[in-house]
Design a binder for this molecule. Structure first.
Ligand code: NAD
Length: 472
């Protein structure tokens, strides 16, 4: 398979060329380097119809067979990681080494979720009756992925949906369609036709999909604003939904930390992938006794961390992934400057492409936009605190509730604080650690439903209870 041209959709187990196209831009240069199919309504209908044809026999297979095929797909993806990493970097911007890790992670997710199976509960088995509850798949699932982790977050959906016995139509972001299209073609060799269809397109395609009557469920990862639209559309025919949405995660750093040890971890928990991570640290609350010490260490790491084209050796942080997001992040910076906030900027960064230097905002007011809004770019507001109760209240004063972190050498005290944070995931003395076997659920406006773990698998299934009378 040539990875670098002939980008085609996968519909009914075949590669389907575009009739129209969308441009794909390299964010490190701002230049178009490829084009991807812009799925037409008729092609979308064909993809949904093919999934509906594939669903009954996929569902009827023993789960062990589905698990084996999903695991094989995972192995195949991991084996392609090295080769596919360069394409990933071209479309997403992340440096090649980290790009390879994400593709491997996507494959790993498939192999691990392939070990899971839904439970079966015997509620009663008495002389008079037997009641048993098991779980059945939903039908055809619509999966919509974002651009920040385009491969792994798509596989978070593919793996449980297919193991559970559903068929799927998957849509990558218009900003990062290419690796996902190639993965669709790669899996044509493994999965029965129609079980996994991959379509790409512009801004119209997502709404067409969520409104399509052929889907039983929508599994969506993206912004909270779009998630609300998806939920509204899904209400029309009561499609099941899982929404993994935005976050504005707080990290709380207590005065007893070893600053030299934690500074690097905190830095990369905020800035890895140029801060375009749903669960990145986006508000950093630091005890006043160590505030300057941590600030100066983070600033030194920022100055020593090379930002540039991910295709170049030695690059650690790439560009903002797309122009729309770049403009948003620049808008937040302008607002910070207009309000005379103190900015500690690293740099220089390349003049072409969508580069924003790592910027630490030095103790901005709590109500500034840069604190209140999800930046999803390399701007980190860092605030002083002195009182634990007060800082927990500030951390929780957010419409979001995705993740958070607590840093302290007193682990028990840190766990006590973690339990008071209103988020679905909290890390103590670590961050960004997510696993296929551990539920990931956004609280408040960060989401609806669960990915990963047994709860994540069951999001693609419905309970079914069978009552059998033994009364004769
Ligand atoms: P986005 O909401 O703009 O787009 C996400 C996807 O939805 C894309 O594929 C897009 O084409 C599609 N889409 C856009 N409008 C749609 C509509 N009306 N109906 C259906 N689909 C539509 O988000 P983004 O900018 O790609 O991603 C960044 C956001 O995603 C951030 O807020 C980030 O925090 C969040 N995110 C959350 C998680 C999580 O697991 N909670 C993971 C990664 C990213």
């Amino acid at each position: 398979m040539n990875l670098f041209d002939h980008f085609a959709m996968t519909i009914d187990g075949k590669s389907i060329a575009g009739e129209a196209f969308i441009d794909v831009v390299n964010p490190a240069t701002g230049e178009t380097f490829a084009r991807a199919p812009d799925c037409t309504p008729a092609q979308l209908d064909a993809a949904v119809a093919s999934a509906q044809r594939a669903y009954p026999s996929w569902r009827a297979r023993p789960i062990a067979e589905r698990q084996a095929l999903v695991a094989e797909a995972g192995q195949r993806l991991m084996a392609k990681a090295e080769e596919m990493a360069r394409l990933f970097t071209l479309e997403q911007g992340r440096p090649v080494g980290a790009a390879k890790q994400e593709i491997q992670l996507g494959g790993y997710w498939l192999t691990q979720v392939a070990k899971a199976a839904p439970p079966r509960h015997i509620i009663e088995d008495s002389p008079t009756q037997r009641i048993e509850t098991d779980y059945v798949p939903l039908g055809v699932v619509c999966a919509i992925a974002p651009w920040n982790f385009p491969v792994s977050l798509a596989m978070w959906k593919v793996a449980p949906a297919l193991v559970a016995g559903n068929a799927m139509v998957l849509k990558p972001s218009p900003f990062t369609p290419l690796c996902t299209l190639k993965i669709g073609e790669l899996f044509q060799e493994i999965l029965p036709p129609g079980v996994l269809n991959v379509v790409s397109g512009g801004d119209a395609l997502g709404p067409w999909m969520t409104a399509h009557p052929g889907f039983a469920k929508i599994s969506f990862t993206g912004s909270t604003a779009t998630g609300k639209k998806v939920m509204e559309t899904a209400a029309k025919d009561l499609k099941r939904i899982t929404l993994e949405l935005g976050g504005n995660d707080a990290a709380i750093v207590l005065p007893d930390v070893d600053l030299d040890e934690v500074a690097h971890k905190i830095f990369f928990g905020a800035f890895f992938n140029t801060a375009q991570i749903c669960v990145a640290t986006k508000r950093l609350y630091v005890h006043q006794d160590i505030y300057e010490g941590l600030r100066d260490r983070l600033a030194a790491i920022a100055r020593a961390t090379r930002m540039g084209d991910g295709a170049e050796q030695g690059t650690v942080l790439g560009p903002i992934q797309n122009k729309r997001q770049y403009d948003r992040v620049m808008g937040l910076l302008e607002d910070a400057r207009a309000n005379n906030l103190t900015l500690i900027e690293a740099g220089p960064v390349p003049a072409s492409g969508y580069f924003v230097p790592v910027t630490i905002v030095d103790d901005p007011p709590e109500d500034s936009r840069v604190v209140q809004e999800e930046a999803f770019g390399p701007i980190l507001p860092m605030m002083r605190f002195s009182d634990i109760d007060e800082v927990i209240a500030r951390a929780n004063a957010s419409e979001y509730g995705l993740a958070g972190a607590v840093w302290s050498s007193d682990v028990d005290a840190a766990i006590g604080i973690a339990k008071r944070m209103e988020t679905g995931t909290i890390w103590v003395n670590q961050n960004l650690n997510l696993r296929p076997d551990t539920p990931f659920a956004g609280h408040k406006q960060s989401g609806f439903g669960v990915e990963n773990g047994m709860e994540g698998l069951l999001e693609f299934m419905a309970p079914r209870s069978i009552y059998v009378s033994k009364a004769g």
